[in-house]
Design a protein around this ligand. Structure first.
Ligand code: FES
Length: 299
């Protein structure tokens, strides 16, 4: 129950009361405060602060989401077959082209032919050899032998008087081997033209062995059975000369390095046919001479 005092009934001798506006509110069982104007006269009973009770922070357990594992196909190395303890038999290596054949002896058989021997390689690459192919150099002429063993090639159609070497390859169902080493060099025989005239000495064909380089000899035209001089200017260089003087046709004779005319004393160089002493004014007219397969011919 609340009792209220009328400020007008308060005694006027209350000290230090600046105004008459004062009141006392008394609440039964409790005097909360005395307020005079805007000045506090009494201490307010401290309000007991409730202790702050910190609630323990309950940490939520971190739940890790399981990481999804990749579903890729396992590597081949993880397969049981790759295990060192696997009992599967090893895979045989794939077949390859054969090894190179071994070149043999090459031989000329004429002006346009040759033979070349070869030996089959020891390793055929796992597949049977089906053929061998030989190639000429120069010319690139090829000859094929459809066989699996060693053998001999026979070439035709080569060029006469030409030096050749040959190589051989082996072929199987996989491919072609590398080339063998080059053969020995051969030289096909010279082709003797039908118009060529053999030169003879004492009734026998004149050969390279009958005349030295730098020398001139007397020989016979086998077609006309007349004489001529044959000079060898180099290893494979020959010239022929008539035996009559260019002055008035006197008979020439070999005198060392000159061809001398007994009629008026003219002399000619035995190698070049040039006049070295007159009165002849013209050199000897050369005759074309060549060595074919070791023999001398007028061509
Ligand atoms: S014919 Fe030979 S020099 Fe006169």
């Amino acid at each position: 129950m609340e009792n209220q005092l009328n400020p007008d009934n308060l005694p006027n001798n209350l000290p230090n009361l600046p105004t008459r506006r004062r009141f006392i509110t008394i609440t039964s069982g409790f005097i909360g405060s005395l307020i005079l104007g805007d000045r506090a006269l009494g201490a307010t009973k401290p309000v007991a602060k409730k202790p702050v009770v910190k609630k323990p922070v309950v940490k939520k357990p971190v739940v890790k989401k399981p990481v999804a594992k990749a579903t890729s196909t396992p590597a081949p190395s993880a397969s049981p077959s790759a295990s060192p303890s696997a009992s599967a038999s090893p895979t045989p290596p794939p077949n390859t082209a054969p090894d190179a054949p071994v070149i043999g002896k090459a031989s000329a058989t004429g002006a346009t032919g040759a033979t070349i021997a070869f030996t089959a390689p020891a390793k055929n690459g796992g597949a049977p050899i089906t053929s061998f192919i030989a190639t000429s150099n120069p010319g690139g002429i090829k000859v094929t032998l459809p066989q699996s063993d060693s053998g001999t090639f026979t070439f035709a159609g080569l060029t006469g008087g030409t030096a050749y070497t040959f190589t051989v390859v082996a072929v199987n169902s996989v491919g072609t081997s590398s080339a063998s080493a080059a053969s020995n060099e051969i030289k096909t025989l010279d082709v003797v033209p039908a118009s060529a005239i053999a030169i003879k000495k004492s009734g026998v064909a004149l050969t390279l062995a009958d005349i030295e380089v730098g020398k001139t000899i007397s020989a016979t035209n086998s077609a006309t059975n007349t004489n001529l001089f044959v000079a060898r200017l180099g290893e494979d260089l020959f010239k022929g000369y008539p035996t009559s003087c260019t002055h008035q046709g006197g008979p020439l004779a070999i005198q060392g390095k000159t061809l001398d005319c007994p009629w008026h004393g003219s002399k000619f160089d035995a190698q070049s046919g040039a006049v070295t002493t007159g009165p002849a004014g013209s050199p000897l007219t050369p005759i074309k001479v060549a060595a074919l397969n070791g023999a001398l011919y007028i061509i």
